[in-house]
Design a protein around this ligand. Structure first.
Ligand SMILES: Nc1ncnc2c1ncn2[C@@H]1O[C@H](COP(=O)(O)OP(=O)(O)OP(=O)(O)O)[C@@H](O)[C@H]1O
Length: 260
């Protein structure tokens, strides 16, 4: 269980999160939605113990959030990671595994097993020998996901893993994460810009906006009334063809769910 109790986080003089209290249950898949700058990355960094709180408390599986928590696997947004280079997939993961996260140094055999098991779990064994510069967007995402799995975490924080993937690659990535969640019994927090690809996979949605948060099922949270309250302005939620569209006069709200 991960819990936030009366959490406020202030950045650049503004409350990114204001007095938020909520609980993520073990093994649940939560989509984390909200407009640009709503605080999705900030929330993940706080759970990782990397972002100081202005007030409140975060507990991760019964202990205060702290840096270097091996129970957490983190997949950062790709735009800030994995530069095009000739280093191969295996070495990227080996470097990550050798890092301080595991505490004790791993023998080279153990390291190899650990890295190859993570690659197998993301259906990416062939990425071991592939240079980073020659990976597709989807392959880079799978490599980052494999890195997040090193050390057998219980919680995965995934920061926009669908970014710049086409719809087929998005569906494949979501199916992979849903499978990993089942086979590894993971709790998954999955930040996304568009709710629609996640509708069949997530248990609940966390919606962030203007420092506020709403956590619940899609039917509870993604309503005209609920989102209007969260945004503090008129929002209309439409459902058509199994998809959800969020309409507003505010330009930032469109980022929430609707790319139509
Ligand atoms: N280093 C920083 N110093 C001060 N403020 C920051 C810093 N980084 C981010 N912020 C602010 O914190 C707020 C939350 O940013 P955050 O990156 O958490 O949002 P996000 O929901 O992940 O956005 P996006 O969807 O664009 O990735 C934004 O208002 C942003 O301007």
């Amino acid at each position: 269980m991960i819990s936030l109790q009366n959490v406020t986080i202030t950045r650049g003089g503004q409350d990114v999160l204001r007095d938020i209290s909520l609980t993520f249950r073990d093994s649940e898949f939560v989509g984390v939605l909200g407009p640009n700058g709503a605080g999705k990355t900030t929330l993940f960094r706080a759970i990782l113990g990397l972002q100081p709180l202005s007030a409140g408390r975060i507990e991760v599986f019964g202990a205060p959030a702290r840096r270097g928590n091996q129970d957490i696997g983190y997949m950062p947004q790709t735009r800030s990671t994995l530069p095009a280079s000739n280093i191969c997939g295996f070495d990227v993961l080996a470097n990550a595994a050798r890092g301080h996260e595991f505490g004790l140094p791993l023998s080279s055999r153990r390291l190899r097993e650990e890295v190859m098991a993570a690659l197998e779990d993301v259906d990416g064994v062939e990425l071991a020998a592939r240079p980073l510069a020659r990976l597709s967007g989807g392959q880079r995402q799978r490599l980052l996901l494999a890195a997040a799995l090193l050390g057998a975490p219980k919680l995965l924080l995934l920061d926009e893993p669908l970014i710049s993937l086409d719809p087929a690659a998005q569906a494949a990535m979501i199916a992979l994460i849903a499978r990993l969640r089942r086979t590894r019994d993971l709790t998954v927090l999955f930040a996304a810009h568009d709710i629609n690809p996640l509708l069949g996979s997530m248990d609940r949605v966390l919606y962030l906006s203007g420092g506020h948060a709403a956590l619940g099922t899609v039917d509870e949270v993604i309503t005209s009334e609920g989102l209007s309250k969260l945004y503090g302005s008129e929002i209309e939620v439409l459902r058509a063809g199994g998809r959800i569209f969020v309409l507003s006069d505010r330009p930032d709200a469109h980022h929430a769910c609707d790319h139509a």
